[in-house]
Design a protein around this ligand. Sequence first.
Ligand SMILES: [Zn+2]
Ligand SMILES: [Zn+2]
Length: 393
Amino acid sequence: MIDVKQEVKKIESEIIEWRHQLHMIPEIHTELPQTTAFIKARLEEMGLTYRTYTNNGISVVIEGADDGPVIGFRADMDALPVKEETGLPFASTNEYMHACGHDAHAAMLLGAAKVLSQHKDQIKGKVVMIWQPAEETSGGSKQMIEEGCLSDPKVDRFVSMHIGNLFKDVPTGYLGVRHGPLMASCSSFNVKIKGKGGHGARPHECIDPIVISCDIIQSLQKIVSREINPVHGAVITVGLIHAGTIVNVIPSEATFGGTVRCYQPEDAEHLEKRIKELITNTALANRAEAEIEYIRYYPATINNNEVTDFLAECAAKIVGPDKVVEIAEPSTGTEDVAYYINEVPGSFGILGSIQPFEDGVVYPHHNSKMMLDESVFWIGSAVFVQAALDFCR
Ligand SMILES: [Zn+2]
Ligand SMILES: [Zn+2]
């Protein structure tokens, strides 16, 4: 067996440089021509053949020397419509920014591809590597799964990681794991309450959509507090409400919308059903009509216990058992890695990488001053390599 740490350390500066190159050319959603060209060029240099997808995703299959199980890895590669303010020498050269660290993900997986492509003889089975677009927007993973990234060859176990400061209990250079739920599911709703407008002094001749909307918005919170198991946790936030133009007119319509987060698939079902029922029926009870648009975004990321143990063991070989930590609380954020983990038993880990800005503040992900500590990138690559070697043997 090769010394994984030593092999990955040999290319550490290359991994960091790849990330700099990607950081300078951030692109968003599925429109990633420069990013994908960069990744494809590196894969070609490694002698690896890749497959492409209609959403511009890329996957590679590294075939081992012998038959055996198949492990899948994923890196996302899309950036955000944020204007970078880090002042770094390799800062973005356009109006977008890699403010979530997906540039590092793409580079770390390239590092693993390079090491594994040089040691195929150590692999019994196959390693599927996925570079995915549109994590921040429409769920690029879903499209790639529909086009067969997990089925040809059939992936048996799945591992992915997110870098950065997402979880306070994962310091720099540590690998955070979590058995069970790690990230929430996300849905949103937009509602139009159609009443009857008129003079503000003659409410009895109107159907007031503002009063009805207020009634509904208050009642929505009771679904969380009275119908969801408090141990599971859920959030309904109404983040926008619009109605009216002047104080003495009752408008004919009011609109509001919100976001819904939870961890259990059955809670996601229940919340959708009950939010729709409550809005429709409260409107009816008040002589109004409701139009509801309800959109399910990503499901919850629920890590498989056995794969989480495996990921923790692999990480312990790289960073030492003391630097592998169990994350205490799941995040109410959401991640489209959930689609892979719903298909194949898998686990999503967190690689701690905390880099304060020059003012000493650690800015959160999606902020124009979010930075990463580059000294941990090799760990991400090494954990992937270790997982491939330990699973496919
Ligand atoms: Zn993000
Ligand atoms: Zn992200």
